[in-house]
Design a protein around this ligand. Sequence first.
Ligand code: GLU
Length: 433
Amino acid sequence: MVKTASAQTPYKRFAQNLKHALDHLRCTPAERALFREPKHIWKNTITIVRDNRTSANFPAFRVQYNDARGPYKGGIRFHPAADEDEVKALAALMAIKTAVVDIPFGGAKGGVQCDPKNLSKREVQLLSRAYVRAFATHIGPDIDVPAPDVNTNPDIMGWMRDEYEVLTKSFAPAVITGKPLSYGGSLGRDTATARGAFFILEELIERKALNPKDLRVVIQGFGNAGAAMAQFLHNAGCTIVAVSDSHGGIYYKEGLDPVRIQKYKSSTGSVTGEYCQGSVCDIKKMKMDNVQAVTNEELLELPCDILIPAALDNVITAKNAGKIQAHFILELANGPTTPEADSILTKRNIQVIPDVLSNAGGVTVSYFEWVQGRSGEQWTAERVDADLKRIMLAAFRAVRREAGREKLSYRGAAFVLGVKRMLETMRVRGWVK
Ligand code: GLU
């Protein structure tokens, strides 16, 4: 049977993008070997006692792809689809990402295969602490520094730091990033992913001499990144024509008000636990005339100028890439576009700003948080914002230069840049000639 694009696994999709970069750089077999598989794949089954006193087991992973440039770095996601292959791909993407923004980290990712929407807050806390106990020997401020990702948040990072410190009898604020502000967090970390992407988009808009007021934006995903992005773009004068969450989306040609949506979302706790406090698609109940309910699939094909996938991977595929109407795609999610879709989009002249560049604001402010944790300093919001802007724009410039010089797509150029920077360090360290 011929495997179709969608039958490919996340790690295979990553490997395809990686191969282009390795081929482009004419890497030797010894160099290629350094990128083939993660350095470590740690697996465990974690057990918690649920509120109803039954016990439940969850597969858990920490994948450490590469630490040539510094300690492993990357989030932990709680999601039913978080399996070994997905976490491997996400860990590898982190290594490219940290190299693209040139911060002194490697790449890692963690995952617990669970549906947190069915867990109580107490159960989520137990799960978070159990995760740290399971992987404590593999993490640490100089070894591997986790952070939030899909369905994980500052509270969870706080519990994890606490568990680590109790376990190791140490004071270790730099063991994890994305913590609550009152427990070693950094100003600006909560909106960092969106803020970083916003700086890139602002630069793009300026370079293309576009007017934000003429731009219609569709955002898939109204979590941490998607919701903040909607707000930044709305404030800049863009029209947010559609948003969605895991339940579905809404479309309103005249433009939606992100503040109203956010308020509505957090005031209507329809599902138990910490997650999904109300839903974006419930907005139809807000009695807004002409607001149209759309599915997450329909949303991607709506007429707009900028499409922002800000939820999960593998949503822009060979199946729908031909129908996308946006002129630009800004990837806030990790891995939303398959390589097959990429080729179709390139042919159709739709410009993609790839995840490893456009969503790197999160890990960049994580780096600032780590620096603050190690030095005991507290940066102002202005300093965080200015340094984030400087780093994001430098990375965008470097990617553009690579793309222009080598006639590559932005994704191709970002991968070449990331691999090149990783190889440079690996050579210095004597990992390869
Ligand atoms: N989970 C985020 C990402 O995918 C942030 C990682 C971090 O801050 O280490 O980039």
